[in-house]
Design a binder for this molecule. Structure first.
Ligand code: NAG
Ligand code: NAG
Ligand code: NAG
Ligand code: NAG
Ligand code: NAG
Length: 347
């Protein structure tokens, strides 16, 4: 009976995969396939930035593939990880793609929670390449109020009084990064200051069009408790037979991570953001996925493997190019362990 059911589903899927939602609206056959899939839920959504990060999970012996539903330029891959029903979806680079894809996942599918994983830059000097960091809070640090030249901390920002912007989160002062200026106590820079801003959010539990603000978005408390059980888990240290790290990477839960549509490869900004916010992983998607899950009232966690010290400057040979695959593998190892723990957890 079950076999026959899957066969029917499989045949449907082939058709659906070739359907194109050229005018935006989803074809009836796609909606039908979605409804059938949802009847088999709920699923854990696994949201992944890029193909190179998804590859090791598709290849993992813990993963078993079932049907595929394609729409809106995204591929929703059904299957199981350690017997748990999952939907894998690749977002593409950065915050816009991550938000769109997560919203599609949560709007169309029967999803009980979201696990996001990938590689990240590292801002925390206590962590190293290959380590996997699981933050408790995520913020999008790409929404700024760029203050006009001549104004400072005592001056109200543009549109601050209407509640659009705030000075509560602090700022970056460009003049602090002037180099090779001698005999000059105070520097100046026309770029002045940028002030970090919380995101406007519209939670499903709120009133439509009535904005709230959110900067540090917490991950799911149950998910974070499960992540704590993975602390210290030892991970792979070798890229191949000849290239290895001289230590064994491991898993740690950390306070914070940040995301923005910025590939961070600058040590001055890395140090600033670490000192200011105590962040460990720095990436381009996690906070975006977190913000969508928060608004959709869906549990979320992000598992990020560190592939480089963002901006360089460590004694380790720290090229993302060299360690990207090691980091992707380690992220997948932790995702699989996380799902195992989640299933056996009595939390
Ligand atoms: C999957 O495994 C095969 C066989 O071991 C390998 O050739 C391929 O590169 C792997 N793909 C990914 C994306 O890891
Ligand atoms: C700029 O540098 C000064 C002097 O080192 C320091 O006190 C201040 O906190 C810095 N401001 C910012 C916004 O980084
Ligand atoms: C600062 O000056 C020194 C000495 O002239 C030079 O070696 C260094 O590259 C300069 N640094 C920058 C960031 O311009
Ligand atoms: C869902 O909303 C309720 C009520 O606002 C809140 O207590 C709960 O933490 C939310 N759950 C998630 C996973 O966001
Ligand atoms: C191992 O990986 C390193 C770094 O990517 C590469 O330079 C080297 O050629 C690889 N060695 C083998 C045996 O594949």
């Amino acid at each position: 009976m079950a076999v026959a059911h899957w066969l029917v589903l499989f045949v449907t899927v082939i058709v659906v995969s070739n359907m194109q939602d050229v005018n935006g609206a989803l074809p009836a056959a796609t909606l039908e396939a979605i409804a059938k899939a949802n009847a088999n839920g709920p699923y854990i959504g696994i949201v992944i930035p890029n193909l190179f990060e998804m590859g090791p999970l598709l290849n993992s012996s813990s993963y078993s593939a079932a049907e595929i539903i394609d729409f809106s330029g995204r591929r929703f891959r059904f299957g199981t990880v350690e017997e748990r029903k999952v939907i894998l979806v690749m977002t593409g680079l950065s915050v816009i793609n991550a938000a769109i894809t997560t919203q599609l996942l949560l709007s169309f599918f029967n999803v009980e929670g979201v696990i996001h994983y990938g590689i990240a830059g590292n801002a925390n000097p206590d962590l190293h390449i290959g380590d996997v960091a699981i933050p408790q809070y995520w913020a999008h640090t790409g929404l700024w109020n760029w203050q006009r030249y001549g104004q400072g901390t005592e001056d109200e920002l543009a549109l601050e009084s209407s509640g659009d912007y705030t000075r509560t989160l602090g700022y970056l002062r460009f003049a602090n990064y002037t180099t090779n200026v001698t005999g000059c106590a105070s520097h100046d820079n026309l770029l002045n200051n940028i002030w970090y801003q919380p995101e406007e959010v519209f939670p499903v539990t709120g009133t439509p069009e009535e904005r709230q603000h959110e900067f540090w978005v917490p991950v799911g408390s149950t998910y974070f408790a499960v992540a704590k059980k993975l602390e210290g888990l030892k991970l792979e240290s070798c890229v191949n037979a000849t290239t290895c790290l001289n230590y064994t990477p491991s898993v740690s839960t950390v306070e914070r991570g940040v995301s923005a549509s910025i590939y961070l490869d600058n040590s001055a900004y890395r140090s600033f953001i670490y000192d200011k916010f105590n962040v460990s992983p720095v990436d381009m998607e996690s906070a975006s996925v977190a913000l969508i899950c928060y608004q959709q009232n869906t549990s979320f966690i992000a598992i990020r493997a560190l592939s480089d010290l963002a901006g360089g400057g460590s004694a380790e040979s720290n090229e993302a190019d060299t360690f990207v695959n090691l980091a992707s593998d380690n992220a997948v190892t932790v995702v699989v362990e996380f799902i195992k723990q989640l299933s056996s957890s009595t939390l």
